[in-house]
Design a binder for this molecule. Structure first.
Ligand SMILES: [Ca+2]
Ligand SMILES: [Ca+2]
Length: 302
């Protein structure tokens, strides 16, 4: 009976040994045990959460590559050396920054990078601000399926969130995120040669960015499809709240905007940033709050 806590981290080993869902155990642990406890009782940075999922505390820039694990940031990170601080490179990973900050005073930095095909990822409770200098991206995502980003802030970067597909990039959920004061856009979805599809953004704020709160860029047919925006605040951006930027040969489809406030300096929506016609966008449904615009500016060019 009883238990051991050899590493003193507060997570125990009971009668038998234990297994955590979605993860393989270090050597020395069997896979049968009814009690949820420490995934590695000889490493105080490894724990298990209440569901038995294994986790690792991180304190510096890291490559998150253990499938099924939760990674919890346990302190803020400032002035990191790598170009990308936290890289996620496996499946079923959750990064919980626990409200800690990631900061930089350099240029050419990325706070979080997803640059390999990974599925079922969650990023939460992060606060990333790298400065509005060139090539500072709070989050840079070029691969992935079923990505949730929630309860986080990405203020004062070049871009808060930058999505550009190098392969599959789909099923993206952005919930309760703040991405303000960025020097290009709160978020850009840049489909230049591959598709991005199934984007859901809700209960988030994209304020005072320059020039756009959100920017959707397509240069291929149906480059971006199935966009749903619900109950977001996209006010006070220096040009438009949302720009649908159709490059030559590009188009988008299935765009649903409901319950958003879209009051920015030049208008709510722009659909012709690069001279293409709004016919590149099909199947629109817009029900949003009305705005009062300065003379000469309208609520929408779409
Ligand atoms: Ca322990
Ligand atoms: Ca431990």
């Amino acid at each position: 009976m009883g238990y051991n806590d050899s590493d003193g981290d507060g997570f125990t080993i009971g009668n038998g040994q234990q297994v955590c869902s979605g993860a393989s155990l270090p050597s020395g642990y069997s896979s049968t045990k009814s009690q949820v406890d420490d995934c590695d009782d000889h490493n105080s940075n490894i724990f298990s959460d209440s569901s038995g999922r294994c986790g690792v505390y991180i304190s510096t820039c890291s490559n998150l590559n253990l499938p099924g694990y939760i990674y919890r940031l346990k302190n803020s990170i400032t002035n990191f050396a790598p170009s990308g601080c936290i890289t996620i490179s496996s499946n079923n990973i959750e990064l919980d920054c626990q409200g800690y900050r990631i900061r930089s005073s350099s240029t050419g930095k990325k706070g979080i990078v997803l640059n390999s095909n990974s599925n079922n990822l969650v990023i939460r409770n992060c606060d990333i601000s790298l400065g509005t200098g060139s090539n500072n991206y709070a989050v840079y995502i070029s691969y992935g399926t079923n990505i949730t980003i929630k309860d986080s802030s990405f203020n004062s970067n070049l871009y808060g969130l930058y999505f550009t597909p190098s392969d599959y990039l789909q099923d993206i959920y952005i919930i309760n995120v703040t991405s303000n004061y960025n020097s290009q856009a709160g978020i850009i979805f840049n489909s230049n040669s591959l598709y991005i599809k199934n984007i859901y953004i809700a209960d988030s704020k994209f304020l005072s960015n320059n020039p756009y709160g959100l920017n959707f860029v397509s240069s291929i047919t149906n480059g971006i499809r199935n966009i749903t925006l619900v109950n977001n605040n996209l006010n006070s951006n220096s040009q438009y709240s949302i720009a649908f930027s159709i490059l030559s040969g590009g188009s988008m489809s299935s765009i649903n905007l409901t319950g958003n406030t879209l009051c920015s300096s030049m208008g709510s929506l722009s659909c012709s940033s690069f001279g293409e016609t709004i016919s590149g966008i099909s199947n629109k449904n817009k029900t949003n709050s009305a705005c009062t615009f300065a003379p000469g500016f309208s609520s929408s060019s779409c």
